[in-house]
Design a protein around this ligand. Structure first.
Ligand SMILES: C[S@@+](CC[C@H](N)C(=O)[O-])C[C@H]1O[C@@H](n2cnc3c(N)ncnc32)[C@H](O)[C@@H]1O
Length: 456
């Protein structure tokens, strides 16, 4: 048996992932698990190909000036904070760099142009305690007892935690109390839950516990009572799933106690969201996104707006306050219902909420300003085409994945219609590699052989 290869390396930069990357003596890219930019480490190679290798750090020989010891005792074991060992200013720098890199490489914009387009990263919240939501996984011990915990780093299983430092400080201990209560409930009633969601708000004081389950009998009253004793939630729901767990298709949501949904205040707007619907996990971050989008588009009363992939209406409601009319499209049933309810709460009557796929149900409208906020997969190619045919003066593209954003910007460029004017990275997820961006696209006009961008 050959000995695993051990290397001494210095991490060059963070990847858009948990690892850092460097190069070995042969110029091969080596992805390093457990090192932050600037660390000199000893690492054991566990995957090797001609062009790249992956290695696990066994010893930090010389710590980077950007290496920190996080206060969270679970950092490195729990998968929630893959960048916790990297000082926050270095996280911010690395995130902006990953946006520039994606635009240059995947968006074919060139490094110089990408550097000019990308604004400094905006950090709307504190680097810890910013989340309004966590999810606990459900597993079993060898002896068959149900346990709940955070998902472990890498391929690790569940990590039982006393608190989660990412969750709003006023509810940091909810992970433990809810995990304990649900484990007790499951063990005493033979339940086989898939996961448990906890949403909290320090603004509205709402706390919702969502038990993700399959249809069948369920001890409703006991669940409500045990959770009331553990965390005093304002809402306990049971989300009934169908199909594969990952798809998150649901057969319904049963209210076990309280409101049956969770409420949050975003700026001036009161929003209600049901457990399966998307809602930004960083409320301050959501407010910053709304601010950047409105500032970029500056919608006017005599203008029409479009909000595609609108969810429960985070952008729809503020757009409706400023524009004359808004067409809003969302495909996920629970989110469409939340959208309608939030429009009612806001008292707006100038929105057409459309349930369906953004491409198939593309509004029959001529928008002046457009917001798109697709999931990680980005815009479908036909949506880029349809948007390109719009007379709109500007599009705000909110993205949670620099790679698909870059691909879509290249597609817009190919149609010769909209060009990026400014890309603002926003840190909605400190301690992780994830980065949100708000891109302002403006109508490009064909010049002598080139596209000229009309700046707003
Ligand atoms: C990143 S979330 C943004 C939601 C909303 N803009 C917000 O900030 O809360 C993306 C939304 O797009 C919806 N979605 C996914 N695929 C879609 C599609 N093909 N057509 C319309 N909406 C879609 C999801 O259900 C989700 O609500």
């Amino acid at each position: 048996m050959t000995e695993p290869q051990t290397l001494e390396l210095t991490a060059e930069r963070m990847t858009y992932g948990a690892d850092s990357v460097t190069h070995d003596a042969d110029g091969r890219a080596v992805f390093l698990s457990g090192a932050v930019t600037g660390d000199r480490v000893r690492a054991v190679v566990d995957k090797l190909s001609e062009r790249w290798a992956h290695a696990r750090v066994t010893e930090v020989l010389e710590a980077s000036p950007d290496r920190v010891t996080p206060d969270c005792p679970y950092a490195g074991v729990c998968g929630g904070c893959p960048w916790a060992q990297l000082a926050y200013p270095a996280q911010a720098e690395a995130k902006r760099a990953s946006v520039v890199d994606a635009l240059a490489r995947i968006g074919h914009l060139g490094l110089e142009h990408a550097e000019k387009l990308v604004a400094p990263l905006v950090s709307p919240s504190e680097p810890w305690g910013y989340r309004n939501k966590i999810e606990l996984g459900v597993g079993r011990t060898r002896g068959g007892k149900v346990i709940l915990g955070m998902h472990g780093a890498g391929e690790g299983g569940l990590v039982r935690v006393k608190s989660c430092m990412l969750l709003d400080r006023t509810h940091a201990g909810a992970a433990r109390s809810v995990a304990g209560a649900v484990a007790f409930l499951s063990n005493s009633h033979g339940l086989d839950l898939e996961r448990v969601g906890i949403r909290v708000s320090r603004r509205t004081k709402d706390v919702e516990v969502a038990l993700w389950d399959r249809p069948g009998s369920f001890p409703r009253a006991q669940a409500a009572k045990i959770l009331a004793d553990a965390e005093r939630p304002t809402s306990v729901v049971r989300v009934l799933q169908k199909g594969p767990a990952k798809a998150r298709r649901i057969a319904g949501v049963e209210c076990l106690s309280g409101a049956g949904s969770w409420g949050e205040l975003v700026g001036e707007e009161r929003m209600r969201v049901s457990a399966p619907s998307f809602f930004q996990v960083n409320t301050r971050g959501a407010e910053k996104l709304v601010e950047l989008v409105l500032e970029a588009l500056d919608p006017q009363k005599d203008e029409e707006a479009m909000d595609l992939y609108c969810g429960a209406g985070t952008f729809t409601v503020p757009l409706a306050r400023r524009a004359g009319f808004v067409s809003a499209v969302e495909s996920y049933g629970p989110a469409v219902r939340d959208l309608r309810r939030n429009l009612e709460i806001a008292g707006t009557d100038n929105v057409d909420p459309i349930g369906g796929d953004a491409g198939r149900e593309f509004p029959d409208a001529e928008a002046d300003v457009i917001v798109v906020d697709p999931p990680r997969a980005g815009l479908a190619a036909d949506v880029v085409e349809r948007l390109s045919a719009q007379p709109a003066r500007a599009i705000a593209y909110v993205s949670c994945d620099p790679a698909t954003l870059a691909r879509d910007l290249a597609r817009f460029e190919a149609t010769g219609t909209f060009s990026p004017v400014r890309v603002t990275p926003v840190d909605l997820f400190p301690q992780t590699f994830h980065v949100e961006t708000v891109t302002l696209l403006s109508k490009a006009t064909r010049g002598a052989g080139t596209y000229q961008v009309r700046t707003l």
